[in-house]
Write a protein that binds this ligand. Structure first.
Ligand code: 13P
Length: 252
């Protein structure tokens, strides 16, 4: 049985005070959550504060990105070691906003996956097709390609540290959610690829989250699908009132 994983990607939202208060609120409400894995991904500058609040709670803290070099003259970038140093356990890599707004390539994202693993971080590898690609019937081809490229050189043994997040670009921040069937179909495709690249055991064990306008009122339906193992939540992760019910939907 795969343990569901619900995570909040705060993106470039909130300020120090509100990040602190949100972390405090989650700590109170989710103090003894066990059966579901829960993580939050605050902006870099609030990681330290949020990690301190959530220290010794079951809620994990992760970063939204990292740079694939250990240290040096990379102005404005943050290394994996810096992230573990401030209490991060996991890191989002290849988010669609980084692929499409910032221009990150599969090859660059793959370098980050390797560096994150080397640093002891657990990557959440994001992928997903655009609306144009979906309309052209290319969803499976696009997400399979992103998965193979993102995991290039990653061993079967390392796969237990990797979470995959399917986030169709057309569903992110748009209010338009993939139907549970659309999500399940994409996840099944990704699981097949994992079976081809690795084996059945890895395919069955890998957690595949869905992301894209997950809200309290659609979470239960999405999470009830056999291949949907959790959610990567953007907008609805910014308040206790909307994030906690999504975690609760995963518990049911
Ligand atoms: P929304 O839930 O705001 O659509 O964002 C999804 C997402 O990109 C999470 O990483």
């Amino acid at each position: 049985m795969r343990r569901l994983f619900v995570a909040g990607n705060w993106k470039m939202n909130l300020d120090g005070c509100r990040s602190h208060d949100l972390a405090e609120g989650l700590k109170k409400q989710l103090a003894d959550v066990q059966d579901v894995r829960v993580a939050v991904f605050p902006p870099y500058v609030y990681l330290n504060c949020v990690a301190n609040v959530l220290n010794k709670t079951p809620i994990e803290v992760g970063a939204q990105n990292m740079y694939p070099e250990p240290e040096g003259a990379y102005t404005g970038e943050v290394s994996g070691a810096m992230l573990t140093d401030v209490g991060c356990r996991c890191v989002i890599l290849g988010h669609s906003e980084r692929r499409h707004v910032i221009g990150e390539t599969d090859e660059f994202i793959n370098r980050k996956v390797h560096k994150a693993l080397e640093c002891g971080l657990e990557p959440v590898l994001c992928l997903g097709e655009t609306l144009e690609q979906r309309r052209a019937g290319q969803m499976e081809k696009v997400v399979s390609g992103q998965l193979r490229a993102g995991l290039d050189g990653v061993s079967a043994g390392q796969m237990e540290k990797i979470t995959v997040a399917y986030e169709p670009v057309w569903a992110i921040g748009t209010g338009e959610t993939a139907t549970p069937e659309q999500a399940d179909q994409a996840h099944a495709c990704l699981r097949n690829v994992l079976g081809e690249v690795y084996d059945e055991e890895v395919a069955e064990a890998t957690i595949i989250q869905y992301g894209g306008s997950v809200k309290p009122d659609n979470a239960a339906d999405l999470l009830s699908m056999p291949n949907v193992d959790g959610a990567l939540v953007g907008g609805a992760s910014l308040s206790v009132e909307s994030f906690v019910p999504i975690v609760q939907a995963a518990l049911n």
